[in-house]
Write a protein that binds this ligand. Structure first.
Ligand SMILES: Nc1nc2c(c(=O)[nH]1)N[C@H]1C(S)=C(S)[C@@H](COP(=O)(O)OP(=O)(O)OC[C@H]3O[C@@H](n4cnc5c(=O)[nH]c(N)nc54)[C@H](O)[C@@H]3O)O[C@H]1N2
Ligand SMILES: Nc1nc2c(c(=O)[nH]1)N[C@H]1C(S)=C(S)[C@@H](COP(=O)(O)OP(=O)(O)OC[C@H]3O[C@@H](n4cnc5c(=O)[nH]c(N)nc54)[C@H](O)[C@@H]3O)O[C@H]1N2
Ligand code: SF4
Ligand SMILES: [Mo]
Length: 745
């Protein structure tokens, strides 16, 4: 067996993996001891990758429906792409380019993203290229841009060992970013004075580690964070010198939190005022406070404001721009960061550029060899808008890549209507059937993890090279190659002459020069030789300064497993690099306290509490929040097929508080019917003290395929944040009653 380096295709921790390859198959996985994201640690999802790679339901050949309603039949690649190209050409001629859209995924590799983004925005002339990151990280990306002047988490995993307060808000790190969580646990064991605060309506495995758990009501985070800032102001825990020298807009924020006292917030949050004040003091007095967050903040109609409220707290207390301190968004998917870098959202262009800025469009147009006015200044349709436009008949052609919206989007009735209404639905997936391929006119088989090469960027901005380890099954192709073939079929071969993934990256990295995501110093050769690198990493010699780190080059060239620094947390090495050495990459942003805004100052942004989109009422008296389970990944196309990962996750369930259960006449393990204004689910109740009263929780891993009434997204609401357009997947109003026994579950 040969051991080869790669990285994990599941969560944004971005663990390095060693894949044991034998006779053309990946047969074993272990953690890569040399990878700075995990130092050899690995979680169960990654360990059980091998059985997911060669299942009977892998897509092996292109499939097409001769007409709507007919069964899918095997066709040639040429046949499939000719048909698709013909329909796209026809649609663009008749209805304009905005009648075509691609819906992609944070699980695509950087090269896949780049090719498809260029095809839509640079060739077809529509910005209708959005991705499932819209359901995930866009609230964070928008807040970073508002406050720091650019997207991008400023922190690094190595900060965990340097912090003395870790604030986990709206993240179930233990289940969703398990290797980061283990690192926090380890840090706490090593330094019992490290304070851990958790704000989550559920007492999760994450909350079990907390010195203080704040079981706030869903949707009340802004009140909590503003009250914490209020306490810091009242008790002199703010860093006036930092505010003065490096920020703008403080007075407006200070005024806005003046009335948000702990007792005011206590009311909204359902928390004791004293607990809020306690949390504020722990955060404000810390030498270095580090916060982590994920979907509990982002998936909200006030998702951006939840994020800016947290960033305000960091700025005001000076808990930012130094080692061990700062905000650290946990990216969900393995390459959602890469997607943001290449501009893989409907309002972005490569290199953190915006479709709305003329200079940004001009730079990209020049690189793509098209006239500057060719790129559309209008943001394309964001995920939810896209499905609404499809349902309304305004978008005719939808191309879905590496995501399963018929299970993962809110309000599945709308999604199914949209998919039926579309004139052409193409789904590019590694598996068939999925909830979404059921609606496809064309299903295109893709090479998945281990079957194609390319790059991914993890939560700490670290870029890892993933090699092709084995051949894909049947005729499956890498996602970027399908884009190139379609471009050639459409007559744009000259702009898509890429023969390798490396050639795609070479073009993209040129577009990052001088941008916040500069990776001109990164190449396939370097990543293969030296291992992963954190951007920014410009070409040319390193600027001598603080915060530069790299993995020891020798180890990456040497034999696998011989890690001299195995187990050394952080394996940091501050480099005073000789001026001729290549730039080593950047562990932390803004260490010189110059932010990416025009004046170099970070901006305070007023964030006010606002009620969620849906109010509870007598008809729908409970709040439903949704989320994840440790050993299942999203819509279960991989993890749902591994026996070892199904323990505790065979069927969906509903967590309900005992007081609510008693009132509703529900006992533990009873089947209950959960209804919202949009639909129904029928699941088993888990009566538990581990959820705040008035709230219930359902995992969203099940779509309608295993049974119509198992899908949490039958219930969820598609209202979204006005800035980030991220939908409110963490809050809708529901009614729960004992199931009558006659419902078709
Ligand atoms: N095992 C596993 N790991 C995963 C994934 C997976 O599918 N399975 N998916 C990956 C992806 S793409 C993502 S985006 C991440 C998501 O990672 P997380 O965001 O950590 O996961 P979730 O379970 O969606 O939600 C986290 C917590 O938010 C809490 N919450 C709900 N509403 C609120 C609120 O209003 N305020 C606060 N403060 N908390 C609230 C929920 O109770 C839940 O415990 O996980 C990644 N990792
Ligand atoms: N109610 C509720 N809904 C949610 C959320 C929530 O918290 N609550 N979270 C939201 C979030 S944060 C996210 S990120 C989304 C995730 O939702 P999805 O992206 O829909 O979920 P996945 O199951 O990861 O879908 C990935 C698809 O790509 C396929 N695939 C795997 N590898 C490859 C490949 O290499 N190429 C191609 N072309 N296909 C491949 C898989 O088989 C699968 O069908 O769900 C969102 N939906
Ligand atoms: S923590 Fe995330 S990246 Fe690491 S092995 Fe587990 S799923 Fe993969
Ligand atoms: Mo996500």
């Amino acid at each position: 067996m040969e051991w080869l380096r790669s990285a994990c295709p599941y969560c944004g921790v971005g663990c390095g993996l060693l894949a044991g390859v034998e006779a053309g198959r990946v047969v074993k996985i272990k953690g890569d001891p040399d990878h700075p994201a995990n130092f050899g640690e690995v979680c169960a999802k990654a360990v059980f990758l091998p059985p997911t790679l060669r299942t009977d339901d892998r897509c092996r050949h292109p499939l097409a429906r001769p007409r709507r309603g007919a069964p899918l039949e095997e066709v040639t690649w040429e046949g499939a792409l000719t048909r698709a190209a013909r329909k796209i050409r026809e649609t663009v001629l008749r209805h304009g380019p905005d009648a075509v859209a691609v819906y992609g995924s944070g699980q695509l590799l950087t090269e896949d993203y780049y090719v498809w983004n260029k095809l839509l925005k640079g060739v077809l002339g529509t910005n209708n290229f959005d991705s499932n990151s819209r359901l995930c990280m866009t609230s964070t990306a928008a807040a970073y841009a508002q406050v720091f002047g650019a997207d991008g988490p400023p922190t690094a995993y190595a900060d965990i060992e340097l912090a003395d307060c870790i604030f986990l808000i709206g993240t179930n790190t233990a289940e969703c970013h398990p290797i980061v969580f283990r690192r926090i646990e380890k840090a706490k064991r090593a330094r019992p004075d490290l304070r851990v605060l958790v704000a989550d309506p559920r007492r999760t495995e994450t909350a079990d580690l907390a010195d203080l758990h704040l079981p706030l009501r869903p949707g009340s985070d802004i009140a909590l964070l503003n009250a914490m800032l209020h306490v810091c102001l009242a008790e002199g825990l703010v860093d006036r010198a930092f505010i003065e020298a490096h920020t703008t807009g403080f007075d407006a924020v200070a005024a806005s939190v003046a009335r948000c006292t702990p007792s005011y917030a206590a009311e909204l949050c359902g928390l004791p005022a004293a607990a809020i004040a306690d949390a504020a003091r722990t955060f404000g007095r810390a030498r270095a406070a580090l916060s982590f967050w994920a979907m509990g903040l982002n998936q909200s109609t006030v998702g951006v404001a939840k994020n800016t409220a947290l960033l305000n707290l960091h700025l005001a207390t000076g808990q930012v721009a130094r080692p061990g301190a700062g905000p650290f968004s946990l990216t969900g998917q393995p390459n959602a960061m890469g997607g943001r870098e290449v501009g893989g959202l409907a309002h972005l262009l490569p290199g953190y550029r915006s479709v709305a800025h003329a200079a940004d469009r001009a730079a990209v147009a020049a690189a793509w060899g098209v006239p500057a006015d060719y790129l559309s200044p209008r943001p394309g349709l964001a995920a939810v808008e896209l499905f609404e436009a499809l349902a309304a008949g305004r978008v005719k052609v939808l191309w879905v890549i590496c995501t399963n919206p018929a299970a993962s989007m809110p309000d599945l009735d709308l999604v199914e209507r949209a998919l039926r209404q579309a004139e052409l639905v193409v789904v590019q997936d590694a598996y068939h059937p999925t909830e979404t391929t059921r609606f496809a006119d064309l299903v295109l088989p893709t090479a998945q993890w281990g079957e194609r090469e390319g790059l991914m960027t993890n939560s700490e901005r670290r870029i890892t090279y993933l090699p092709k380890l084995v051949e894909p099954p049947g005729e499956a192709l890498p996602d970027w190659q399908i884009g190139v073939r379609l471009a050639r079929e459409l007559g744009f071969g000259h702009a898509f002459s890429f023969e390798t993934a490396e050639a795609v990256f070479e073009e993209f990295r040129g577009l990052t020069r001088g941008t916040p995501v500069d990776m001109t110093g990164v190449s396939y050769a370097r990543l293969r030789r030296e291992g992963p690198v954190q951007w920014p990493c410009p070409e040319g010699p390193a600027a001598v300064g603080a915060g530069l780190t790299r993995a020891p080059a020798r180890l990456w060239g040497g034999p696998v497993g011989g890690a001299a620094f195995l187990g050394v947390p952080g394996a940091r090495r501050a480099l005073t690099a000789p001026p001729t050495a290549p730039h080593p990459g950047t562990a932390r942003l803004y260490q010189d306290r110059r932010f990416a805004t025009p004046d170099g100052r970070a901006r305070f942004v007023v964030a006010e509490h606002a009620a969620p989109h849906e109010e509870v009422s007598s008809a729908y008296p409970l709040v439903l929040t949704t989320g994840r389970l440790k050993n299942q990944w999203h819509t279960r196309t991989r993890t749902g097929k591994v026996e070892a990962l199904l323990k505790g996750a065979r069927e969906p369930f509903l967590e309900v508080h005992p007081a609510d259960a008693a009132r509703l006449g529900i006992r533990d393990a009873d089947f209950v019917e959960v209804s919202s204004r949009r639909g129904k689910a029928v699941v088993q109740a888990r009566v538990t003290e581990g959820i705040t009263r008035g709230t219930c929780f359902m995992p969203f891993h099940w779509g309608r395929e295993p049974g119509h009434y198992k899908a949490a997204n039958n219930l969820t609401v598609r209202a979204f944040d006005p800035v980030s357009k991220e939908p409110e997947l963490k809050f809708c109003a529901v009614r729960v009653v004992p199931a009558g026994g006659c419902e078709d579950a």
